[in-house]
Write a protein that binds this ligand. Structure first.
Ligand SMILES: Cc1cc2nc3c(=O)[nH]c(=O)nc-3n(C[C@H](O)[C@H](O)[C@H](O)COP(=O)(O)O)c2cc1C
Length: 177
C-alpha cells in the first residue's frame, strides 16, 4: 500500500482476532522501527516483546483506565529508552513507537499505544505508585531504561475498519512563502 494511503487508513485497534501473529512478522516490524531517527543518532530505544498470554494480561492491569483492552492482544511490545544514552530518550521512544505502529499497519496488523511514562497505577492515588513501577515487579525492565509505552498489536476481527472521523485542521498549519 502507498504510504499516504497507509497513514490515512490507520486507526487504533483495541479488539483483536484469535489469529496468531508470527514472531517473524514482529521481527520485521521491529527491524523497521530500529531504523527510526534518534537524537544524535543515540539509538536509545529498547524493545521488550511479550507474547505470553498471562504476562500480557498482567500488563493490562498497569493502570486502572485505558489499558484493560490490551489483555486480549496476542503481542505487546514495550518501548523503553536507555536514559544513559541521551536526555531525549522519551522523544526517541515516541518516534520508535510511531514507527512500530506504522510498520504494524504495513504488515497487516492493527495496534494501539498504551501509555506508561508518568502515569499513575491508580488514577488520583499517587501513593499506589506508577504504571512503570507496577510493570517492573514482573517484567525484566533494565535498570537504566525508562518505559514510554506499550504497543498492543494483533490482527483485526473486523471486516472493515472504522472510518477516520472528520477532523478540523483549520489553523494548525501556517505557511510563510
Ligand atoms: C501518546 C499517546 C498515548 C496514548 N495512550 C493511550 C492509552 O493509554 N490507551 C488507549 O487506549 N489509547 C491510547 N492512545 C491512542 C489514542 O487514544 C489514539 O491514537 C487517538 O484516540 C486517535 O485515534 P486513532 O489512533 O484511531 O487515529 C495513545 C496515543 C498516543 C499517541
Amino acid at each position: 500500500m502507498d504510504f499516504f494511503e497507509l497513514v490515512k487508513n490507520r486507526r487504533s485497534l483495541r479488539k483483536f482476532s484469535d489469529r496468531r501473529v508470527e514472531s517473524r512478522t514482529v521481527e520485521k516490524i521491529l527491524e523497521a522501527a530500529l531504523t527510526a531517527p534518534s537524537s544524535r543518532n543515540s539509538h536509545s530505544t529498547r524493545f521488550l516483546v511479550v507474547e505470553d498470554k498471562d504476562l500480557i494480561r498482567h500488563m493490562s492491569y498497569m493502570r486502572d483506565y485505558g489499558s484493560a483492552f490490551m489483555a486480549e492482544a496476542p503481542v505487546a511490545v514495550m518501548v523503553m529508552g536507555d536514559k544513559r544514552a541521551t536526555d531525549l530518550w522519551v522523544d526517541n521512544c515516541a518516534i520508535s513507537a510511531t514507527f512500530v505502529q506504522l510498520a504494524a499497519e504495513a504488515a497487516g496488523l492493527g495496534s494501539c499505544w498504551v501509555h506508561v511514562e508518568g502515569r499513575e497505577h491508580v488514577k488520583g492515588h499517587p501513593e499506589m505508585g506508577d504504571a512503570e513501577s507496577y510493570l517492573r515487579t514482573f517484567l525484566p525492565i533494565p535498570e537504566e531504561c525508562g518505559v514510554e509505552c506499550v504497543i498492543a498489536m494483533g490482527y483485526s476481527p473486523y471486516e472493515e475498519r472504522k472510518p477516520r472521523p472528520e477532523q478540523d485542521n483549520s489553523g494548525k498549519v501556517q505557511w510563510l512563502k
